[in-house]
Design a protein around this ligand. Structure first.
Ligand SMILES: [Fe+2]
Ligand SMILES: [Fe+2]
Length: 336
C-alpha cells in the first residue's frame, strides 16, 4: 500500500506553500563569497534560500512534509536510490511513524479541542524532546569513539533552543496553568525521550522521519490557529519572551537551526501576537525541512559550517547509521 494512503490530516496541500517574513540587508557579494567558500570546502546538499531586503519570498516550495523513498533525487551528489528491500523498510518505518503521530493527534484533539494555549504548551514540551534524544545518542557514539559529527550536535541543540523559546512563550500565555496539562506533557515527554533514543540508535532515518511528522503537525496546528484567530492576535501586545528571542538576543543559534537558509537571511519583526505565532509557525516549517534533510545520512550541514571551519574533529567522519552500524564498523575498521 502506498505511503500516501496512510497520510493523515497533518499533511495538507497548504503546507507546500507559505510566505516567510523578515529579512535584513546583506551584500550580494558576501553571499556569493559565502557560497564559493562553501562549495570549495565540501558538498552541501541542503540548499539555502537567498532573500532580498524587504521581500516576501515563497521558500516553501522545498517544504514538503510528506516523505517517501521516491523523494530522492538521483544526481551525482546523491546516494544511490534504495533497493526494493530498503524501500519496503522505509515504507514500514514511515507507516509506523504516521500511525504513532496520528494516535497522539487524536488524543490531543479530544483533550484540547477548545483550549489552544494548553495544547500548544503540551506540543512544545514534547517538541524539543527528540533533539535532546538525538544529542544523547550522538554523545554516546562520541564517548565510545565510534563517530563524531559536531555539526549534528550543534544543529540539534539550536533546534532544541528554538523549541524551548516556543515553550517559554506558551508558559507566558498561561498554557501551563493547570496541573493536568503539565502532568500529561511531562509524562509524554519522558516516554517520548526513551522511545526516540531507542529508535534513533536503531534507525536514525526512522527517528528523523517521526520528528518530521511531529513538526509537520506543529506547523499545521499553528497555521490553523493563525487563520482562525489572526484578527484577534493582531490586537494583542507581543510576548516579551518572543520579542527578546527574535529581536534582541544574539541570533547565532536562531540561524543555526535553519539549515535550509543562509545566516542573517531571516530577521523577524515582532509587533503583536500575530507576528509571534507567524514566526513560531515558520520555525516549525524550518524544523520540518531540517528533519527531512537528516533522513539522508550525512546530509545535514550547519548554516555556519564555512565560518566555523573544522572544530578539531579527530574521529573519522565515516558514516555511522545507528548503533548496529557503529558496532560493526568499530570492529571491522576501528578508529585510530
Ligand atoms: Fe515549536
Ligand atoms: Fe517544532
Amino acid at each position: 500500500m502506498a505511503v500516501a494512503s496512510f497520510l493523515p490530516s497533518i499533511f495538507s496541500p497548504s503546507t507546500n506553500l507559505l510566505l516567510l517574513r523578515g529579512s535584513r540587508s546583506f551584500s550580494p557579494t558576501s553571499i556569493a563569497h559565502f557560497h564559493s567558500r562553501r562549495r570549495r570546502r565540501r558538498l552541501c546538499k541542503v540548499r539555502a534560500t537567498i532573500l532580498r531586503e524587504n521581500e516576501k519570498v515563497a521558500v516553501e516550495e522545498t517544504f514538503q512534509p510528506k516523505t517517501s523513498p521516491d523523494d530522492h533525487n538521483n544526481n551525482n551528489n546523491e546516494p544511490p536510490p534504495p533497493g526494493s528491500v530498503e524501500k519496503w523498510v522505509i515504507k514500514l518505518e514511515q507507516s509506523i511513524n504516521i500511525f504513532l503521530t496520528d494516535s497522539v493527534i487524536k488524543v490531543l484533539d479530544t483533550l484540547y479541542h477548545d483550549r489552544d494555549y494548553p495544547r500548544f504548551f503540551v506540543l512544545e514540551t514534547i517538541a524539543r524532546v527528540p533533539y535532546f534524544a538525538f544529542i544523547s545518542v550522538l554523545h554516546m557514539y562520541e564517548s565510545f569513539g565510534w563517530w563524531r559529527k559536531s555539526e549534528y550536535l550543534k544543529v540539534h541543540f539550536a533546534e532544541s533552543w528554538n523549541e524551548m523559546h516556543h515553550l517559554l512563550i506558551m508558559e507566558e500565555l498561561g498554557g501551563n496553568a493547570w496541573w493536568f496539562d503539565r502532568f500529561l506533557a511531562q509524562h509524554i515527554a519522558i516516554f517520548y525521550y526513551f522511545m526516540t533514543v531507542f529508535m534513533y540508535a536503531l534507525s536514525p532515518r526512522m527517528a528523523y522521519h517521526l520528528s518530521e511528522c511531529v513538526e509537520s503537525h506543529a506547523f499545521e496546528t499553528y497555521d490553523k490557529f493563525i487563520k482562525e484567530k489572526g484578527d484577534e492576535l493582531k490586537k494583542l501586545a507581543p510576548s516579551k519572551v518572543a520579542v527578546k528571542y527574535y529581536t534582541e538576543e544574539d541570533l547565532y543559534l536562531f540561524d543555526e537551526f535553519q539549515t535550509a537558509r543562509l545566516p542573517n537571511t531571516r530577521r523577524p519583526i515582532i509587533q503583536n501576537m500575530y507576528d509571534v505565532f507567524m514566526n513560531i509557525r515558520d520555525d516549525e516549517a524550518e524544523h520540518c525541512k531540517t528533519m527531512k534533510a537528516c533522513q539522508t545520512h550525512g546530509n545535514l550541514r550547519s548554516p555556519h559550517a564555512s565560518e566555523d571551519d573544522d572544530l578539531g574533529c579527530t574521529l573519522p567522519d565515516a558514516g555511522c547509521e545507528g548503533i548496529v552500524d557503529c558496532i560493526k564498523k568499530s570492529i571491522t575498521n576501528p578508529p585510530n
